[in-house]
Design a protein around this ligand. Sequence first.
Ligand SMILES: *Cc1c(COP(=O)(O)O)cnc(C)c1O
Length: 397
Amino acid sequence: MSDVALADPLMNTYNRFPLTIVRGKGSVVWDDKGKQYLDFTSGIGTCNLGHVPEEVKTAVSHQLEELWHCSNLFYIRAQETLAALLTARSFGEQVFFCNSGAEANEAAVKLARKYAENRKGAASKEVITFTHSFHGRTLATLTATGQDHVKEGFAPLPEGFRHLPFNCPESLEEIDGAQTAAVLLELVQGEGGVSPADSDWVKELQAKCRKENILLMVDEVQTGMGRTGTLFAYEQYGITPDVMTLAKGLGSGFPIGAVVANRKAAAGFGPGTHGTTFGGNPLACTAGAATLEIMTGNGIPEQAMTAGKRLKTDIEAWCGEFGEIREVRGKGLLLGMELNGEAAEVVREARQEGLLILTAGKNVIRLLPPLTVSQEEAAKAVNILQTIFERRKETSG
Ligand SMILES: *Cc1c(COP(=O)(O)O)cnc(C)c1O
């Protein structure tokens, strides 16, 4: 329970909200006291089809009756189904399944190093990432992450990572194929403040990678699965990456991660080079396959695009009245509102009004509703936010 802090048997790794969620349906969750909230966090961009989506529930329920686990020493039908769906709907040709975003990025880094060793030699092992990025909490992925606070106290960190400034054309000149195996980036930085990559910069980055035989790897753990208004964010950038990592929305809340790669990059891995006990588990892959079928069959990314544009426009209609709000930005239903002050205060006030939202860094409010959010629900959230900013303006002035 949230209000029992002292005898807590859980390690103190999260700055938790004082709230215990016990049930969810669509865009709504209920706490242990029966209070209802509009959930614009979606488990941090994970429950993209809303809470407990019926078709996914049915598919997983059937699988629960058949087989839970059997190890990757055997062929797993659901895994092949999901891999076929992912490759049919993306640039990818082969998939490796794991359990989380960090594991997917970790595997991508390993893949890039193998690729470089086989194709370019041992000197070109570096992976370039960008400032304000977020790639996970394992030792390699926190090193890849372009934010110092996740690294504090964890040295010695693995070697072979270099950070360049995000969206900076000049920095591309520093990329050298003789040293570099891969570039890894988020096309919209999520945790780092909801910052979209500049389209021209991304195209130049791709050109540079092609020229220097460097793998272009996109971390779509948060932007993927319809979140930004297309199934994958790279589609909106007119680029074709070599590797893409997925997790959050892939299983509608069932833990799963994936590395999707073209054949050239995927050839880095051979038998015995990488593996996991749970990755590609029948239950997880069944959840993933059902999620992807529903998402593409029902035009969910397109819905997210429309809903995201409306939500952004509706907020922009009044946010200029409040000096506190600097900017509304993002793509699809990955939206950020940058404030002059602390975003956490607004998040707390919203919760009191029955709206769950997130921060992204100190000054940015992050809105991540389910992609299936209704127009009424979105309008209600916009109203709550407007009311909060009105009240804050009155009490501060
Ligand atoms: C959340 C996230 C990760 C880490 O995923 P986990 O499943 O928490 O390990 C990696 N990259 C991005 C862009 C993320 O948003």
